[in-house]
Design a protein around this ligand. Structure first.
Ligand SMILES: [Zn+2]
Length: 42
């Protein structure tokens, strides 16, 4: 499989921000999953 749960939003598709509550995760564009090629290697 070439998809991985987005580590930035933990698969939620959005992230909490200090102002305004939450916004669409720009790493996965709200899908909650990212392709391996764009996942940052730990
Ligand atoms: Zn995400």
């Amino acid at each position: 499989m070439n998809k991985t749960t987005c580590q930035y939003c933990a698969g939620n598709g959005y992230v909490h921000v200090a102002v305004g509550g939450s916004e669409t995760c720009h790493y996965c564009e709200g899908t909650g999953v990212v392709k391996d090629e764009v996942v940052m290697k730990q």
